[in-house]
Design a protein around this ligand. Structure first.
Ligand code: F6P
Length: 378
């Protein structure tokens, strides 16, 4: 019999987090289960800092709100946690502190709302005897084994709105407008927003680009009287034979989450201006994609994920990730999500062996983009 469950968020925020919290709390209360939220993710779990989530108090009136009422931890891997000892930074495995806290608090199941690296930590906790259930959160849509993550639809909508706005200014001034969007090493946001926003070019990490192909596209448009172009560049896009644009690194850049991407759009805009003679401007959309109100689609998806996660807990199905498989709610084992990235407490984030879901070249989105004449830089 479940009595108490806990919710923890790790990683960058994504629209829909509060909707998941609300759905878990409501489904739990209906079954007589108490719900708690760890404050600031893994940091709260380490300090045993949690709040009670009550459907008519803390978890009320939050469905439409961005961010997360219980906060999130950023870049926290408790299996390899940065602490300062004698004035020096050292990395320690503090997971046992978390395990003890969960056991002392009598938390029967921990819901981990997060992406690739969070679900890796969740799997590691499951190996330490903790009941965990993951919920796939990230605007990047790059979590393995699920059709879609919550937060993604809102990010695509924000990027599409930005493209609509850039389109009119591009046309008015005969310019090339470049929009750099997030997504890390997956081109989902770029590709889908390019289709939705009628962009002429979409550059994604999965297809290293040849800038000459982009120049050709811009020139071909000029030849039919279109003296402007709209280009979407994924932050992880890079030229053939070149490398990704890195803005900053943490922990020596080990693991994907320790590399802050940035600059890919600026680089494309500069080269296009030099090669086409058209004035080119880059806009980096940044954190606008993560903050604020979730779309209706994300509110519904988050609610479905949250209620399914609690349903799984009530049925005693643990150590799984709640997923959408061919449009239907389902679950997969965390082992499958982790893929080959199996080492316990390995550097957070996907490694070379990560099971991260990137755009496959035979994806319908790629085919559609090509069919309607969006240049993918190849
Ligand atoms: O994973 C979500 C995401 O917003 C990525 O799209 C982006 O590359 C990254 O997080 C930014 O991370 P940070 O919040 O550490 O700047």
């Amino acid at each position: 019999m479940l009595k108490k469950v806990g919710i923890l968020i790790n990683g960058g925020d994504a629209p829909g987090l509060n909707a998941v919290i609300r759905a878990i709390t409501r489904t739990a209360e209906k079954a007589g289960v108490e719900c708690y939220g760890f404050v600031d993710g893994f940091n709260g779990l380490l300090k045993n800092n949690y709040i009670r989530l009550d459907k008519s108090k803390e978890a009320s009136g939050i469905l439409h709100k961005g961010g997360a009422i219980i906060g999130s931890s950023l870049n926290s891997n408790v299996f390899n946690y940065k602490v300062i000892e004698n004035g020096k930074e050292v990395y320690k495995d503090l997971s046992q502190v978390c395990v003890d806290n969960l056991k002392n608090d009598e938390i029967d199941c921990l819901f981990t709302l997060g992406g690739d690296s969070t679900q890796k930590s969740a799997r590691d906790f499951s190996l330490r005897g903790i009941n965990v259930i993951g919920v796939p959160k990230t605007i990047d849509n790059d979590v393995a084994c699920t059709d879609v993550t919550f937060g993604y639809n809102t990010a695509v909508s924000v990027a599409t709105d930005a493209l609509d706005r850039l389109h009119t200014t591009a046309e008015t001034h005969n310019r090339i407008m470049v929009l750099e969007v997030m997504g890390r090493y997956a081109g989902w946001i770029a590709l889908e927003s390019a289709i939705a926003g009628g962009a002429d070019v979409a550059l994604i990490p999965e297809i290293p680009y040849d800038i000459e192909k982009v120049v050709q596209k811009v020139k071909q448009r000029q030849s039919i009287g279109k003296n402007f172009s709209v280009v979407v560049v994924s932050e992880g896009a890079f030229p053939k034979g070149g490398s990704i644009s890195v803005k900053d690194t943490r922990q020596g850049g080990s693991g994907v989450i320790n590399i802050q991407l940035g600059g890919a759009g600026e680089q494309v805009a500069k080269i296009l201006e030099a090669k086409t003679g058209l004035i080119s401007r880059n806009t980096t959309l940044g954190y606008m994609q993560r903050g604020g109100t979730p779309t209706a689609t994300d509110r519904v998806l988050s609610t479905k994920y949250g209620s399914k996660a609690m349903e799984l807990a009530l049925n005693g199905t643990f150590n799984v990730l709640t997923v959408l498989k061919n449009g239907k709610l389902d679950y997969v084992s965390l082992e499958d999500v982790v893929g080959n990235n199996k080492v316990i407490g390995a550097v957070e984030g996907g490694t070379a062996e990560s099971n991260m879901k990137t755009v496959r070249l035979d994806d319908d989105l790629v085919k559609t983009a090509r069919n309607i004449g969006i240049c993918l830089g190849d």
